[in-house]
Design a protein around this ligand. Sequence first.
Ligand code: NAD
Length: 297
Amino acid sequence: MRIAWIGLGNMGSPMSANLAAAGHEVVGFDVSEAAMSAAAERGVARTASVADAVRDADIIFTMLPNGKLVLDVADGPEGVLANAGKDAIFIDSSTIDVETTTRLSDLSKDRGLRFVDAPVSGGVPGAVAGSLTFMIGGAEEDIASIRPIIEVLAGRIFHIGPVGQGQAAKIVNNTIAGMNLAAMCEGAVLAERLGINAKTFHDLATVSTGDSWALRMTYPIAGVVEGAAVNNDFKPGFAASLMAKDVGLGVTAASAVGLDVPLAEVALAQLNELLTRGMGHLDCSALVKVVEGSIDA
Ligand code: NAD
């Protein structure tokens, strides 16, 4: 299989490298020269443009920050759709809104291409380990044809429903993750202020009802969880800007179906506070700074 990979960032780099390591011919493109160089060292051949990357590809992945960028990369004379072969399958693994996903699917159909939305959960560790959870929207036969490729990257694969449903599920999942993160940061600071040893509290909470993925993987007190971003100046990981985008997608989706989501709105407001202070590039667990009140006014 020849696979084109657009977006070689924190997630796209290890994911595309795993496909190369599995013996596929993987070509990549990223607007960042540093990202392309890093991916090239991991076996992903560099290309000069999106058009070059997709020209002879059987499968095209996009792993980009947001829906506008995916649409920009897909559409237009130099884009994915104008330059891909008719037999190619276009898989978007970014986390984006359902409306843009539907538009991408419609544009793909117009060009005779098949489209699948396949967002993922599991973060950078899951991307590196090839153990991501995939939540997929698309036609049964299209998903069957890409399953061997997805299996290289995935621990679990869920076919949620038709195109758009993968993103709908991901948006709900990440809205919960954002709320869990905000709750966990608040609890971590409260435990500290109450004088509880951080490591002792973490050991307790991971086997108690306060447990969550956020608590286990991203506890924001230094020296407690090996590999947590707090131990590395909050280098992501999962950037606060991306978490704010995802919780924002959840709040917007809820509003569209007439559902009040006050907890998600609080989590979003706290994440936006971090972004306003110029810290959107930090790992989302830097939200602890908002709870601590430790960011400069
Ligand atoms: P990232 O910012 O690390 O990587 C995105 C990459 O896209 C960057 O290297 C950037 O240079 C590149 N890019 C931007 N515009 C481009 C363009 N026009 N053409 C080519 N490349 C372009 O982001 P990430 O953490 O890898 O996340 C990517 C997507 O995956 C997001 O939608 C995010 O929400 C989702 N996601 C991230 C995680 C995580 O833990 N980081 C987990 C699950 C899902």
